[in-house]
Write a protein that binds this ligand. Structure first.
Ligand SMILES: [Zn+2]
Length: 160
């Protein structure tokens, strides 16, 4: 496991592409994003057990997985949120990369699951995630990315 040195983010693990310049950049940008999020909401994010993975040739996603806890009720599940980042996000502008990180974190924060999603619900979740991004103070970064879901092409790109 590769945990951050930074005490604030000690439960954030970034995996994959360890030797790449993208790893360092994304790890740093993640810290920048976390710094702007209010303490209380940051604790909520920490409770989401985020594991971020850099994986080439993919878009960025957030996807929760649930594990039963030993000795507890079978329904008492631990939630782990896998966030997949494309290393390519650092090739875009810095605001755009920051927006992407904040957007995926917002999905984890808002508890967006993957099951039972109608198209309308999935669209709604993308907008909700972007609304959260704005609440956290990243409106400028969001607007700098033409593929955002509120003002940009995000919905059309994803849902046609
Ligand atoms: Zn999204």
């Amino acid at each position: 496991m590769c945990y951050f040195d930074d005490g604030d983010n000690e439960d954030f693990a970034l995996k994959g592409c360890l030797q790449s310049p993208a790893y360092t950049k994304i790890a740093r940008l993640y810290e920048d994003v976390m710094k702007k999020i209010p303490e209380e909401e940051k604790s909520e994010i920490h409770r989401k057990n985020i594991v971020a993975i850099l994986a080439d040739k993919t878009n960025s996603y957030c996807c929760p997985v649930y594990f039963p806890q030993r000795g507890r009720e079978i329904t008492d599940l631990i939630e782990v949120n896998l966030i997949i980042f494309s290393p390519q996000i650092v090739k875009r502008t810095k605001p755009s990369a920051i927006y992407t990180i904040a957007h995926e974190l917002a999905h984890a924060f808002l508890g967006h699951g993957i099951t039972g999603g109608s198209m309308d619900m999935l669209r709604e979740r993308e907008i909700e995630a972007d609304q959260q991004v704005i609440k956290w103070g990243f409106e400028k970064e969001l607007k700098a990315d033409p593929d955002n879901y509120i003002y940009g092409n995000g919905l059309e790109n994803t849902f046609g």
